[in-house]
Design a protein around this ligand. Structure first.
Ligand SMILES: NC(=O)c1ccc[n+]([C@@H]2O[C@H](COP(=O)([O-])OP(=O)(O)OC[C@H]3O[C@@H](n4cnc5c(N)ncnc54)[C@H](O)[C@@H]3O)[C@@H](O)[C@H]2O)c1
Length: 259
């Protein structure tokens, strides 16, 4: 039980990777605040945890809105008395060629994937500094290490998450707060299904052919990830097994990304 008496907030905890992080952290003893813009999805995650005897609180949170980020932190403090772990997981992707991308797409991705990480980190930082303990894990991507065609705004946000991770690790280390990033390759979630459909359409390919050619074939381990593959890495970095690791990025990509 690596998280006995620990309190975690997971943004985007209503689906995909975030849901797997919530469920598996609770199995390690954590109390989890499931923060998601989709209230029904957040509630579904919390209910499934409670059904198994775990402790979870669902809160509707749009990570792009400062008052929501603050309300999320306040709810955790009010309900559980502290915040030990923040997983900045909420994110989305919209594909497009540079000649076609709109400013709205750019702003949407910057707001959710990058500004959201800033706002939620800031919202928990005061109480983590006060208690001189914290574990922050940001979900970047292999697209935060190497550029991808049709993916320029998403890549820019995910590179940004790594820069933010390193900077905050430098700032908060003296308070016993670690800040790390996980860089998944393609993961079997709604997000990747939508991304593959968009990219395949632009390239005039069938989605399953695109997935095979661009995601599965170049991966040494020969498959895309399941959400739990990513959750295990997040849990490691959020646990005291990783107490001397900060400012790091951990690739979880089946060997697809190696630097
Ligand atoms: N799926 C992949 O292949 C993959 C690969 C690399 C990185 N990632 C990253 O992992 C993270 C999770 O992705 P996923 O695949 O689980 O996606 P998903 O679409 O399955 O789930 C994302 C969750 O985030 C929530 N969300 C979206 N906007 C939000 C907002 N403004 N505020 C709060 N919640 C919001 C959604 O409601 C949803 O529940 C993202 O940051 C994504 O960029 C995913």
């Amino acid at each position: 039980m690596r998280f006995k008496d620990r309190v975690a907030i997971v943004t985007g905890g209503g689906a995909g990777i975030g849901r797997s992080v919530c469920v598996n952290m609770v199995k390690e003893g954590a109390k989890v605040v499931v923060a998601d813009i989709n209230q029904a999805a957040a509630q579904e995650t919390a209910d499934s945890i409670k059904k198994e005897g775990g402790d979870a609180l669902a809160i509707k949170t749009d990570v792009t809105q400062r008052p929501d980020a603050q309300a999320m932190a306040d709810a955790a403090l009010k309900t559980y008395g502290k915040i030990d772990i923040l997983v900045n997981n909420a994110g989305t992707d919209i594909k497009g060629a540079i000649t076609e991308l709109t400013e709205k797409t750019w702003d949407t991705l910057m707001d959710i994937n990058l500004k959201g990480v800033f706002l939620c980190t800031q919202a928990v930082s005061h109480s983590m500094i006060e208690q001189q303990y914290g574990r922050i894990v940001n979900i970047s991507s292999m697209a935060g290490k190497t550029g991808e065609p049709l993916t320029s705004p998403y890549c820019a946000t995910k590179f940004g998450v790594i820069g933010f991770t390193q900077s905050i690790a430098l700032e908060l280390g003296k308070h016993n707060i670690t800040v790390n990033a996980v860089c998944p390759g393609p993961v079997d979630t709604d997000l990747i299904r939508q991304s593959v459909a968009q990219s395949a359409k632009i390239k005039g390919m069938a989605p399953e052919d695109f997935l095979q050619e661009f995601f599965i074939n170049p991966t040494p381990l020969g498959r895309i990830a399941q959400p739990v593959d990513i959750a295990r890495a997040v849990i490691f970095l959020a646990s005291d097994d990783a107490e001397f690791i900060t400012g790091s990025t951990l690739n979880v990509s089946g060997g697809r990304e190696m630097h």
